[in-house]
Design a protein around this ligand. Structure first.
Ligand SMILES: Nc1ncnc2c1ncn2[C@@H]1O[C@H](COP(=O)(O)OP(=O)(O)OP(=O)(O)O)[C@@H](O)[C@H]1O
Length: 379
């Protein structure tokens, strides 16, 4: 994947990077029987940010959301919202709301009454109620559909009713568990853009932050200001999408985000020497001699070299270059992925753009990449 097009990070002030965070989780731990599902997790959510919790199945994402919403309590650790300890505070008294999937709408109630439900339970009535519901429906672009029943709406419209219902109480923090999960591909992208725009409006108007759970890396990278990658009940890296993608900290993150090539070796003569005669030069100061090291190398940072196929004498040890044979070519629509077999049996995935015709299977090719493409990993 290329750098994310059209991303304009929100200014620091709007994102509340100064001052205390909106939400702080301190050493949050949750066990179910013998299983530790959240393992001393620390996290800060800033005012007005769109934060994505990204992780595989069972990594503890939903459990964390449930603790923040107040549907479940931690075994140890604390949750502070604007400095206030949330322990013992029931869900309806937290300035936090959870958006449920559209199938949780009441089928016998109109759109208006579905959205009004929570406010009515709080005793809001009459003109004040109508104003708040209209405002929430306008936020999600459903002004004209207040009288409809959910069955007379499209999937995307139902999703927006669910959103309006969770926004009507003007939460400081909105929690979204796989909000796009039930939608098909086309609707997913459109709804994603809408969600991003809506969050920006709410952030400007009232500093609302979104925390979205997803197992879809593209969704997390394209929507969020910051992404936290969860593994085994811990956050293994929290960063902007760009930093996470360009500088993954661990093998897990590198593999989870876009399938980087992982190259292992030992440092000798200032270069990382890997199997098959591959030598890598790292940007910056060379690592200590003899150290074992793993490097992530993104498929799209590798280029086909223009030279003739046969390597010149001594070329095998040229850093950041490899000679190999095309094993497979996968057409991806906006380009292709080429699997290149290297001497010694290793292989590299190489991503080519739409303007680069892939070499045929079996072709002998040479590859090159810049020092900055070699990203050393912590483990
Ligand atoms: N109430 C519970 N009792 C027992 N085990 C639970 C309970 N809730 C969650 N778990 C377990 O905790 C682990 C984490 O669950 P959680 O739903 O937080 O994961 P997740 O990252 O949201 O996964 P998914 O993407 O599959 O929803 C899972 O192994 C799950 O089976």
């Amino acid at each position: 994947m290329d750098a994310i097009p059209g991303r304009h990070p929100a200014p620091a002030a709007a994102l509340g990077t100064e001052g205390p965070p909106l939400l702080r989780a301190e050493a949050l731990t949750r066990r179910f029987g013998a299983a530790t599902v959240l393992d001393g997790l620390d996290l800060e959510i800033r005012h007005g940010e769109f934060f994505a919790l990204l992780g595989g199945s069972g990594s503890g994402k939903s459990t964390l959301l449930r603790l923040i919403a107040g549907f479940d309590a931690p075994d140890s650790g604390r949750l502070l919202l604007e400095g206030r300890d949330l322990a013992g505070l029931p869900p309806q008294h937290r300035p936090v709301n959870m958006m449920f999937q559209a199938y949780a709408l009441f089928p016998h109630l109109s759109v208006f009454d579905n959205v009004a439900y929570g406010l009515r339970r709080e005793g809001v009535r009459g003109a004040a109620l109508a104003r708040r519901v209209d405002e929430a429906l306008a936020l999600v672009g459903l002004e004209g559909l207040a009288r409809r029943r959910p069955h007379a709406l499209s999937g995307g419209q139902r999703q927006r009713v669910a959103l309006a219902r969770s926004l009507v109480k003007r939460p400081r923090l909105l929690l979204l568990d796989e909000p796009l999960g039930a939608l098909d591909a086309g609707l997913r992208e459109r709804t994603g853009f809408e969600l991003r725009a809506l969050q920006r409006r709410l952030a400007e108007a009232q500093g609302t932050a979104f925390v979205m759970v997803t197992h879809d890396q593209e969704e997390a990278l394209s929507l969020a200001d910051r992404v936290g990658v969860m593994q085994g009940g811990r956050l293994v890296q929290v960063d902007t999408p760009e930093a996470l993608y360009e500088r993954p900290a661990t093998r897990f993150v590198a593999g989870f985000l876009g399938g980087a090539n992982l190259l292992e070796g030992h440092v000798a003569g200032g270069l990382l020497r890997c199997a098959g005669g591959l030598a890598l030069r790292l940007a910056g100061a060379p690592p200590p001699e003899g150290a074992p090291l793993t490097v992530a190398l993104r498929p799209e940072r590798i280029r086909l070299a223009a030279e003739a196929a046969a390597p010149a004498p001594g070329m095998a040890t040229e850093p950041n270059a490899a000679a190999g044979t095309v094993r497979e070519v996968a057409y991806r629509g906006a380009g292709s992925t080429v699997l290149v077999g290297l001497p010694g049996g290793a292989s590299l995935r190489v991503a080519l753009g739409p303007a680069e015709p892939p070499p045929p299977r079996g072709a002998a090719i040479r590859l090159r990449w810049p020092d900055s493409a070699n990203v050393p990993l912590a483990d």
